[in-house]
Write a protein that binds this ligand. Sequence first.
Ligand code: SF4
Length: 335
Amino acid sequence: MTLQAEALVPFGGVEPDAAWADEVRRLARQRDAVLLAHNYQLPEIQEIADHTGDSLALSRIAAGSDAATIVFCGVHFMAETAKILSPDKTVLIPDARAGCSLADSITAEQLRAWKAEHPGAVVVSYVNTTAEVKAETDICCTSSNAVDVVASIPEDREVLFCPDQFLGAHVKRITGRRNLHIWAGECHVHAGINGPELAERAAASPDADLFIHPECGCATSALYLAGEGAVEPERVKILSTGDMLHAARETKATSVLVATEVGMLHQLRKAAPEIDFRAVNDRASCRYMKMITPAAMLRSLREGADEVHVDAGTAERARASVRRMIEIGQPGGGE
Ligand code: SF4
């Protein structure tokens, strides 16, 4: 294939046609594999998957599945979480290089140093963290239950919240908790969806609802706009990706501005085809999520690669913090 022709096939050199889909299904049956796809995946990957959803919902499906193999089409920490919850299953990610800038914004070593500065503090980590960071964490949280998790901690205990500063600021505002310390991490995609852009789009579409992920750089601006009366408060909905789908089925609005990664639009449009969903920033695309191409998926199923491993000790400690999150959690959540 020439370079020019390759450029016309943006799926890693493989056209996601009927033959591709048949081959993926055949190989999945052969491996006794369940195919899971995060809401930010390419539409072709979402369509071939057995289940799509947010990171926590997919991990729960993985844990409850009878399949011997889980093919996790998402980023690495998500596949790790599936492995933590299903240690006896083979977990594959079609491209192990699919990382996450938010998960990379704190290491286990940095977290240990932070804990040493605040002895006795309770560590709450968003689920977008590595297995090693989860192992240093008391309770993991999703964007759906972050407020409940922090509220469950006795008032007199300090809380260390990591790694997402926007979600941390949201939790601090809702709980009014002064002894909550926030790590200054962020996701490059969500941080790029900013307040001025949101204000401009909201003003141009005065009847639209605003669906905003709490990791977004504009989440605080949305609440500020609502507080100032620039946008009616009932139009502003701060939601995890899973909750966005519920809200899409329930809203009376005919148009919705969506502030999160653009892959989310595919499931929203399927859930409510009559609504006009538009991205606040249509350049908000996660290059890590898009590493899971149709070609990568075929290779993964053919070669049994890339397999995700978490050492037993780390997995056991991480599992405890993830289980606490599930006890306090709602049915879905996470990114
Ligand atoms: S969109 Fe951001 S938080 Fe989500 S996987 Fe990509 S880098 Fe990580």
